[in-house]
Design a protein. Sequence first.
Length: 137
Amino acid sequence: MALQGPIPVEFGHVFPDGVYAAGASEPLRDFDASSGDVFVQSKDKVNGLPLWVVEVIDADPQARTRTVKVKIAAEHQPVLPPAPAGSPFVPVEFAGLTVTPYVTQAGRLAYSLKATGVRALARHTSRPGPDAKDAAA
């Protein structure tokens, strides 16, 4: 098969209604290299950069999984933009987003999401309604 490894995707295709960061970025633990109290941060297999993880809440009201973890390959810990006044969550979007499908130990198809950066949501990504195409014409 010609398609191997991470597949580049547009943020709006994966999260058409956007996402909200549920907390700060954190170093991703390398479970094979870490042991007990010794923490080793995971590195990206492609570019060797440290991996960070951000847990996000999918704004799609029909999402099967409401929370998702997105890995970010970056030299320094990504800093999230400030939350809007009165909100505990930050609307964000990811740059350089890729998806990697894999099969779990239970034999189910799953996906890993990785990005090159995170920033404040630049645009509203709400999914168009059924007659949005007619209204634009």
